[in-house]
Design a binder for this molecule. Structure first.
Ligand SMILES: [Zn+2]
Length: 404
């Protein structure tokens, strides 16, 4: 159905940011149209411009939206929202001085969530994921990446990947779900070394899931004491031969050349990057792999943030995501994360918004969105406030509203 929205305070088109491939952005690259109007149908944007210039043929469709701002759809390109239990006690322990390593030794950490995720019924996992998805969407997030990875055995990982596919079907097209296979999230204690788990569980399950066409990407936790370079090579080559995209948890705890591996395998994104090397930064700046920053996690764990400025100045394509998960970042609001991080990361407003729209879409390989120009997909976020600046200036306050 054809729609014409007019009298919006601002439409943030990101046209210039798009033409620059989301890199080296200046505030002007937001390409904001004031007192703006837009015409679109279910599949594409037909016209964007000033309300006063709305073509005659659309004038009978007009829905006026003064006091609103329209942006390209906000995308959360890194979440782990299918999980059982919570880790509130572990959070309290950490605040009270117990280290993450000590907590892991006591059976906390990912392995605790693994236990709870295996104990939970599939209905409970599905329903709690739905609640979380609706909450993200209430903040204006319209596309959400969801990773598996708390089953950590063949049967539950299979069930969780299929469950994410059910979520995708339930919410399409209102909310786009991107299904990432992260069975290589941690190495269960019964396997050693990591390659044994990879060869006995992760790869055989990938072979089983591939023909079902439910997986959009694979991901792996490439860190010391988790999965090594050889594991990444094995998983990524297999994924590539099956035509499945790659993503990687990289250089979070140590610089172990995760960004380099991401580029070598043509990954959609390398995520975390707190400890990325200068070589890694250089490589990302010359390639299409998106550098995804998860500043909420560093905040929540009390760690220094990733070198955003160095990445941006080198010309890397930078996205910001929530990393919403039960342990290291129990925050579901990517807009809050980006607002809080902006001054700390020393990013400008175009870099901030490209990070959660245009470049976050690229981190999921989503084409034809992240920019509001004719011909692109009609995927937007709508905020009831005066200007774009008001959204993140009032950090933590929710201005998102549904499209009429
Ligand atoms: Zn993660």
């Amino acid at each position: 159905m054809l729609k014409a929205l007019t009298d919006l305070n601002e439409i943030v088109t990101m046209k210039s940011a798009y033409s620059k491939d989301g890199r080296n952005l200046h505030p002007d690259d937001l390409s904001i149209i004031k007192n703006a109007a837009i015409v679109y149908d279910e599949s594409k944007i037909l016209w964007v411009g000033e309300t006063s210039k709305l073509p005659e043929q659309y004038k009978n469709l007009v829905q006026r939206l003064p006091g609103h701002v329209l942006t390209p759809e906000v995308v959360d390109s890194h979440t782990h929202i299918v999980f059982g239990g919570d880790r509130a006690q572990e959070y309290a322990d950490r605040l009270n001085g117990i280290s993450y390593e000590e907590i892991a030794k006591r059976g906390g950490g990912i392995l605790f969530t693994m236990k709870r995720t295996n104990e939970a019924s599939l209905d409970d996992l599905f329903n709690s994921a739905c609640e979380r998805i609706e909450r993200l969407n209430s903040y204006g997030v319209g596309s959400i990446e969801i990773k598996s990875g708390y089953g950590l055995n063949f049967d539950r990982e299979l069930e969780v990947s299929l469950l994410i596919d059910r979520l995708k079907k339930k919410y399409s097209p209102r909310i786009q779900i991107f299904n990432t296979y992260l069975a290589a999230h941690d190495v269960p204690k019964s396997f050693s070394p990591s390659t044994e788990y990879l060869e006995q569980v992760v790869l055989p399950l990938l072979e089983k899931l591939a023909p079902l066409r439910v997986i959009d990407a694979v991901d792996i936790f490439h860190e010391k004491n988790y999965f090594n370079e050889q594991d990444v090579d094995l998983l990524f080559s297999r994924a590539q031969s099956l035509g499945i995209a790659r993503k990687i948890h990289a250089d979070e705890l140590n610089d172990n050349a995760g960004a380099t591996l991401a580029v070598k395998h043509g990954a959609l994104s390398a995520d975390h990057l707190l400890k990325i090397s200068n070589d890694g930064i250089k490589l990302l700046s010359k390639n299409s792999t998106v550098a995804t920053l998860l500043p909420g996690t560093a905040f929540f764990l009390g760690k220094p943030l990733a070198p955003a400025r160095a990445l941006l100045d080198a010309g890397a394509k930078v996205a910001i995501a929530s990393d919403y998960n039960p342990g290291s970042c129990h925050c579901d609001n990517v807009l809050l994360v980006a607002s809080m991080a902006a001054a700390q990361l020393k990013i400008n407003q175009a870099e901030l918004w490209a990070g959660i729209t245009l470049n976050a879409s690229a981190a999921l390989g989503l084409k034809n969105q992240g920019v509001i120009t004719a011909g692109m997909k009609p995927r937007f976020s709508l905020f009831k406030t005066e200007s774009l600046s008001h959204i993140t200036y009032n950090w933590g306050r929710n201005f998102a509203v549904s499209l009429p």
